[in-house]
Write a protein of this length. Structure first.
Length: 301
């Protein structure tokens, strides 16, 4: 299992990402939606103060994430990021005022209990900190194929839930791959210092893939409702990270009958993510718009 410093840094990274989500979602909703993949979207967002604030939070999250990955397993650190959604709800209410509905608290509880149950049942072990090139070639090829397929599917759809979910799926794979590359690059820093770090291809790999992930994330947030994008992003990042941890870094999880509580925990996380993203208050938090139903306990339609 991960050490306590790894869990702590992962929680701080999740909180920073949650703050970034609140600010970036508000900024993304202020730019017009295009029919295709908007290359100029990030340029437009540079003029939004909320987006710049979100980027500072992203940088802080990246630093905390690197520290967490240097201390613990990828299959533990990344799943903790499913807490971003409930943390975004809490941070949004703190910044914007108001109260969290009963439905909001239900979603938070489902995610927290589900995550704790799944991780406790899986009990991931720390493997190696460095993956051989042969494994990286296969992982990069598979991830590139999945991202390309998801983006292609998104571009064939108009604005709405399917488009948002496809972009979110591509972003989830990219975020997980970014974390895996960052873990390998962190190992280079620990073993050879800054010179080895900047000479490592993984360093430039996580920078490039990280920008791609952010770009896909922004398009997902702009393309459709949270009910479509957030559950895919939340679970996709965790599950792909778990797969990369096992295949790249020889991390291990318990199998056999342990799969039952693991799947039950995953189901609770998915239920909580779906429930929480349907609560009208969540929509108001990330868009910065107030609605009459914002304090209602009834999920948004």
């Amino acid at each position: 299992m991960a050490t306590w410093p790894a869990v702590l840094f992962a929680l701080l990274a999740a909180a920073s990402n949650a703050l970034a989500t609140v600010l970036q979602r508000r900024a993304a909703r202020t730019v017009p939606l295009a029919r295709g993949l908007r290359v100029g979207l990030l340029v437009d967002l540079l003029h939004r103060a909320a987006w710049l604030g979100g980027m500072l939070a992203v940088i802080a999250a990246a630093c905390f994430q690197a520290l967490a990955l240097s201390q613990g397993a990828l299959s533990v650190v990344q799943p903790i990021f499913v807490l971003e959604l409930p943390l975004a709800l809490l941070i949004g209410r703190l910044l914007l005022g108001g109260r969290i509905s009963r439905g909001g608290w239900t979603g938070v509880a489902l995610i927290v209990v589900g995550l704790g149950s799944a991780l406790a049942a899986a009990a991931p072990t720390i493997g190696t900190d460095h993956a051989p090139l042969s494994r990286w070639v296969l992982a990069l090829a598979v991830c590139a194929a999945v991202v390309g397929t998801a983006v292609g599917a998104a571009l064939r759809r108009g604005a709405g839930g399917v488009r948002a979910a496809c972009f979110a799926g591509a972003a989830a794979v990219s975020y997980a791959l970014t974390a895996a590359l960052m873990k390998d690059a962190t190992h280079a820093w620990q073993t050879g210092g800054p010179a080895t770090f900047f000479a490592s291809w993984q360093t430039y790999g996580f920078a490039v893939v990280g920008v791609l992930a952010l770009f896909l994330f922004e398009n997902a947030m702009q393309s459709g409702p949270l009910t479509a994008s957030q559950p895919v992003l939340t679970l996709g990042d965790a599950l792909v990270s778990l797969s990369l941890g096992v295949t790249l870094f020889d991390e291990r999880i318990r199998t056999g009958w342990w799969l039952i509580p693991e799947c039950a925990g995953i189901a609770l996380v998915l239920w909580g993510a779906l429930y929480l993203s349907r609560v009208a208050l969540t929509r108001d938090v990330v868009t910065g718009q107030e609605a009459p139903s914002a304090v209602s306990d009834r999920p948004a339609r």
